[in-house]
Design a protein around this ligand. Sequence first.
Ligand SMILES: [Zn+2]
Length: 377
Amino acid sequence: MKFSDVIGHKELLGRLRDNIDRGRVSHAQLFVGECGWGTLQVALAYVQYLHCPHKEGGDACGKCPSCVQIEALAHPDVHFTFPIINPTKTPTSDSYITEWREMVASSDALFNEHDWYGAIDVSNQQGIIPKKEADNIIRKLSFKAFEGENKSVIIWLPERMNRESANTLLKILEEPWEKTLFVLISEHPEDLLDTIISRTQTVSVGRIEPEELARYAVERLGATPEAAAQAARVAGGSVVALRRALGEGGGASADNFELFTHLMRLSFSNRHLELFEWAEQVAALGREGQKNLLEYSLGLIRESYMLTAGLEGVSHLWGAEREFCLKFAPYVGNHNVEALVAEMERALRDVGQNGNPRMVFSHFALAVSKLIAQRAH
Ligand SMILES: [Zn+2]
């Protein structure tokens, strides 16, 4: 990926280019931001520019063997580490490199953790980066560079390292590896060891501007300019959210809609016992599915609130979602919206911290139903 292929981030790319041009590449960098904001795109373009021996016009040439290999994610000196499932059977990221290449190629390197687990058919589990993987990095770095002199290691979601592998990574980062660049791409740097953070330089990758998202939606996703503009406005700077707003990446959204509306119906009809059945159903989804549902619900609560506030023009909903939220909007207002959002964020945090899903969602369903039942007047 060339700098010119990255969506948005022009200023950041300028700074990264400058660092390489002036030979001021810090050996370990922590790119922070949501996956949908294009953190992996930025990292790939950065590494490709670093390795390209024929830079031209402030960008990688895109044609030399180094560029071609990096674009195919098959450069012998550029290594990838990412979360995997069942590391006892399938030891390292290398076992999933084919799926990884397909995922990156088919999504323009714009996908999130959930998409990745879907691609390796384990939607309801959460991956880890095991210690074997960290050992594997050491093994790979012990070889001389095959081509050119630089080596790069891209670690996608280092927060998925367990304690053992994080400690090994820390040792790797402490060691001086000649001409080796580590790029860590993290959504949740607060879950990393402080000692890892202190040994890396943080690079904040911000949201993508709505205009850039809209252009991408038209050019790459075939959206009409009107739909593109609407989706871009509510995508929060994320291509992953943009695709979802345009109804791509389907399936999961319909199930989430069912679950969300079911919970809301139970809430305003006081069918409290059935709330526990609902919680059971959600508990069975697995952690990634639960997070997805909660994020989706947060989106609909916000949309409903906008409708209550009379900001109908701001809403991007249509079809069944719109119909439901118009009816539901009076139940969400100044009196409860903050508490509702807080409950959803709390459940997200609990799920992320391995809380018992039955307890998390029983509590969640009860709390939300009470809040919904509170009428404003
Ligand atoms: Zn090149």
